[in-house]
Design a protein around this ligand. Structure first.
Ligand code: CO
Ligand code: CO
Ligand code: CO
Length: 346
């Protein structure tokens, strides 16, 4: 990177989905606001799902979501791709296909036009890769750059997946390694090894489309993408939503190796502590080492899909998933809730 180039992440206070308002805080902020009802609204405000779903006909439902955040990479083109992949992911997590996107963009006055151009180009490229279109958007001036998309997609109302359908016996599959939050935080202090960052950027720009396309061919009861709340935060939401408990084999969860090294050194994003504070009371950590727990709470940006798969289909889905998504892992099972904790680690 040339010296006169803008270092985007230096302009941002927190990286990517780490900038998300904590789950507990959000619930409090929404308290008391009157919500109107509509029988066609299949998934709305009252649920902790990634996107809202509105039934248009017996065959067609609309999926809508929005996501944007401050730079998570210094290269604007890379940042654009990551922000777009992350926003599109919420449609994939519902089992849907994205169709139309709108840019949401905040630019500082002194941001070079070429950098803004590259950022937007990153977004367009990812959206085209997803088979969707960018049809417009809205930009404002701001001290800190921000970018993302409002995404509209479609899903068959009977094929829609939420994070609340998990049933006892289901097998948990997860499609991307963890450690993205740790690495992007370390990168801001120039502490992240370059090969690890390249791996992290590759993972964050990878669409969850391939995982979704395989997933929808099998019986999957629940799905969510793992982003700002970390694997355990999103797992907790899945457990609560389904009235079940999740068992996660921490040793089966894949990490970017350098992220594990950094976590052991205590280099952790602020969002990790927020996620832990939010979920901890409902998590039985077993004898899992602290650094490993930290990574399970690490906020991800454009993270993988967490699926609760019917046990009869789990093997077949996993076999089909591996060629398309080699980083997919079987990480645990869903159990009947015994009234104690919601998530158990081993
Ligand atoms: Co999401
Ligand atoms: Co999201
Ligand atoms: Co406008």
């Amino acid at each position: 990177m040339a010296e006169n180039e803008v270092k985007l992440t230096k302009l941002a206070r927190c990286a990517g989905c780490g900038a998300k308002v904590g789950a507990g805080t959000l619930a409090k902020l929404l308290e008391g606001i009157r919500v109107h009802e509509d029988p066609n609204l299949l998934v709305g405000f009252d649920r902790s799902d990634d996107a809202s779903v509105y039934k248009l006909s017996d065959e067609l439902a609309l999926v809508q979501t929005v996501d944007f955040f401050p730079p998570i990479a210094d290269d604007p083109y890379l940042f654009g791709q990551i922000a777009a992949a992350n926003a599109l992911s919420d449609v994939y997590a519902m089992g849907g296909e994205p169709r139309l996107c709108l840019n949401i963009c905040a630019v500082p006055k002194d941001m070079p036009p070429q950098a803004v151009h590259d950022l937007l180009r990153g977004g367009y490229d990812k959206v085209y890769e997803a088979g969707a279109l960018i049809t417009g958007g809205h930009s404002i001036l701001d001290d800190e750059p921000k970018y993302g998309l409002a995404v509209t997609g479609f899903v068959h109302p009977d094929k829609m997946l939420t994070n609340s359908g998990a049933r006892p016996g289901d097998v948990l599959l997860f499609t991307k390694p963890l450690g993205l939050g740790v690495l992007t935080t370390a990168a801001k202090a120039d502490l992240a090894p370059r090969p690890a960052m390249e791996r992290a950027y590759e993972l964050m720009t990878t669409l969850n489309k391939a995982a979704r396309d395989v997933m929808v061919q099998y019986r999957v009861h629940a799905c969510t993408d793992v982003t700002g709340f970390g694997l355990l935060g999103h797992a907790l939401e899945m457990a609560q939503g389904g009235g079940v408990e999740l068992f996660i084999d921490a040793g089966a969860v894949d990490f970017i190796p350098e992220a594990a090294e950094l976590a052991k050194m205590g280099i952790l994003p602020e969002g990790m502590y927020r996620n832990r504070a939010f979920a901890e009371a409902s998590v039985d950590p077993g004898t899992v080492e602290l650094w490993r727990q930290d990574l399970l709470y690490d906020p991800q940006t454009s993270g993988g899909l967490l699926m609760a798969v019917d046990p009869a289909d789990a093997e077949a889905l996993y076999e089909a998933l591996i060629p398309a998504v080699p980083s997919a892992r079987r990480i645990g099972t869903v159990r009947e809730y015994r009234g104690r904790k919601r998530v158990f680690l081993q």
